[in-house]
Design a binder for this molecule. Structure first.
Ligand SMILES: Cc1ncc(COP(=O)(O)O)c(C=O)c1O
Length: 382
């Protein structure tokens, strides 16, 4: 397509965009069942649009927005049982994970740095390993799909710069035995990073509701950093990931001087330079508006719906649960998986089959009515 010579009227442009984007599946349709994102909360959309010009890459220009980011980091740290945490709202879980690996690498003196991570870890660590020159050492999973802590221990050596545990795996929503990983990390003096990109906005509320899920946060001394994404179950607009470090030294280890900024020199730890202040303000507004109780209600609905769906799968011929759900994700196998996937997609469902199963993520936009309709279609296809 050519770069246009002459501009078109705004109305023409908007009409064209409406036509093209009508091909997209929207979260508000309720038919996206295989995504960890959702329709942002209306307050967050309002705040995001209102402050669209704020740039946290030059925080000296926007000291108010910088203060709000500090408060967000404070509130997330508190949620994760840390009195004072250090971190940022970043572009997503990928950037957050890369920052953690970068901090661990920069603080280690190994010339051949290695990171031990579960085979269930998100592919963002593959990017981190490649970009940072860190060798990834994959630990085996147990039959329940949590990481085998014994295998993690067997893989520790002098080059190990860190261990990763997952609190809410991408595929199955499984939570690793973080308490044991934390003990191990403490014993060997190695930092533990917890990827709670998804689980961070689920587990604290699910535990308060009475679900039995192991501890995963800074309560455990070996945990030195946590990824927690507001743009997943936090209901914030994209982009909003989160990284929290236990100590300032981790943030310092990845900070570089930004010398020329209009707002004055700053030390910058994020991968992106210019970054949206609007995201941070939207997260702040949402946390203040919903509070712990508001998120608890959202998680309560999602967890109940996922349990109900899991029971329906058990009653469905030719479909099998991969395992009992831990968080609000249910994955199941079927006969002729890719054929079933294709037919469900043809019926307009936003799902995917991967690693031998179809995964349904019970995000806030997923309703009981839509799930009933999905089950009807699934049974028909099967
Ligand atoms: C456990 C986990 N970590 C990290 C990520 C990456 O997050 P993002 O896509 O926001 O970069 C995901 C994405 O689904 C995830 O499930």
């Amino acid at each position: 397509m050519k770069f246009p010579k002459k501009g078109l009227p705004q109305e023409t442009i908007l009409k064209e965009l409406e036509k093209v984007t009508s091909q997209d599946l929207s979260f508000s349709s309720g038919r996206i069942l295989g995504s960890m994102c959702t329709m942002p909360h209306e307050l967050a959309i309002e705040v995001f649009c209102r402050y669209i010009d704020r740039n946290l890459g030059d925080p000296g220009l926007h000291p108010g927005t910088r203060k709000i980011e500090e408060e967000v980091i404070g509130m997330l740290s508190d949620l994760l049982h840390l009195e004072r945490g250090y971190g940022h709202i970043v572009s997503g879980g990928t950037e957050a994970n890369i920052l953690a690996v970068r901090a661990f690498r920069n603080l280690s003196d190994s010339e051949r740095p290695e990171l031990i991570l579960p085979k269930s870890a998100h592919f963002s660590f593959i990017k981190a390993g490649e970009m940072l020159g860190v060798k990834l050492v994959w630990a085996e999973l147990k039959p329940d799909y949590t990481v085998d802590v014994k295998d993690v221990e067997a893989k520790i050596n002098d080059n190990t710069i860190g261990i990763v545990g997952i609190a809410g795996t991408t595929g199955l929503g499984v939570v690793d035995d973080i308490p044991s990983l934390s003990d191990l990390a403490q014993d060997y003096g190695i930092p533990l990073h917890v990827d709670a990109a998804f689980g961070g906005f689920v587990i604290p509320f699910a535990k308060a509701l009475g679900y039995e899920i192991p501890d995963f946060d800074f309560k455990l001394r070996g945990v030195k950093s946590i990824t927690i994404d507001p743009h997943k179950m936090g209901m914030a607009p994209i982009p909003a990931g989160g990284i929290i470090f236990r100590r300032k030294k981790y943030l310092k280890a990845i900070s570089v001087l930004a010398p020329y900024l209009a707002g004055g020199k700053v030390w910058q730890a994020t991968i992106t330079g210019t970054r949206p202040g609007a995201s941070v303000l939207a997260v702040w507004a949402l946390i203040k508006h919903l509070g712990f109780e508001g998120y608890m209600e959202i998680v309560d609905r999602a967890m109940k719906l996922s349990r109900w769906f899991a029971e329906e799968i058990k009653k469905t011929p030719n479909a099998w649960l991969v395992r009992e759900p831990v968080l609000n994700i249910v994955s199941f196998k079927t006969k002729n998986l890719h054929g079933v996937e294709r037919k469900l997609k043809e019926k307009g469902w936003g799902i995917s089959a991967h690693r031998g199963y179809i995964r349904i993520v019970f995000m806030p936009h997923v309703t009981k009515e839509m799930i009933e309709e999905f089950i009807k279609d699934l049974r028909e296809v099967l």
